[in-house]
Design a protein around this ligand. Structure first.
Ligand SMILES: [Zn+2]
Length: 167
């Protein structure tokens, strides 16, 4: 999944407001960031384990523990951990990934059908941003900005799915 991950983080903010938005976004794409980290510093990489069930569970627990230590709230820690797990749950829809190291490859691989992936991600963006906008603490100008965020996210998603040249 691409833009949908960010939409999930934005939507989750409704319930996890004490956590900084940057932390929610980080948790929602932690497995991908670990891939980037591993490509830059091989010693810190864990290969395909970033996107396996055991790897994601370890990452989710680590993020939850850090959240608990910093914010002292079990609910927030659980929410941050679930955001990490949401990442590979969503990726199993859009990709084919090993369940565990050398394990069976599973997933719907919607990336192979760009319009289907776009519909899934656009729906996730719509739901996530609707939840984000319904947060009781947002002031009116921010709510207006949600439409702009939606257009930007849908545009980036369309470029991802259909390319710039269109053929
Ligand atoms: Zn991923």
């Amino acid at each position: 999944m691409y833009m949908g991950h960010y939409a999930i983080a934005l939507g989750a903010r409704r319930w996890l407001r004490p956590l900084p938005m940057a932390w929610l976004l980080f948790a929602s794409i932690e497995p991908d960031l670990h891939d980037v980290l591993g490509s830059m510093i091989p010693g810190l990489g864990i290969g395909p384990d970033t996107h396996t069930l055991p790897g994601a569970c370890v990452a989710a627990i680590a993020i939850a523990v850090i959240t608990a230590l910093v914010f002292h709230r079990a609910g927030l820690a659980l929410g941050a951990g679930l955001l990490v797990l949401s990442h590979i749950a969503a990726d199993y829809l859009t990709s084919r990934l090993p369940l565990w190291r050398h394990g069976p490859m599973v997933g719907l691989h919607l990336y192979a059908t760009p319009w289907a992936d776009f519909l899934l991600e656009a729906g996730t963006i719509a739901i996530g941003l609707t939840m984000y906008a319904s947060s009781p603490d947002l002031r009116r100008p921010v709510r207006g900005g949600v439409a702009v965020i939606a257009v930007v996210m849908l545009t980036l998603q369309a470029i991802w799915n259909f390319g710039l040249g269109g053929g």
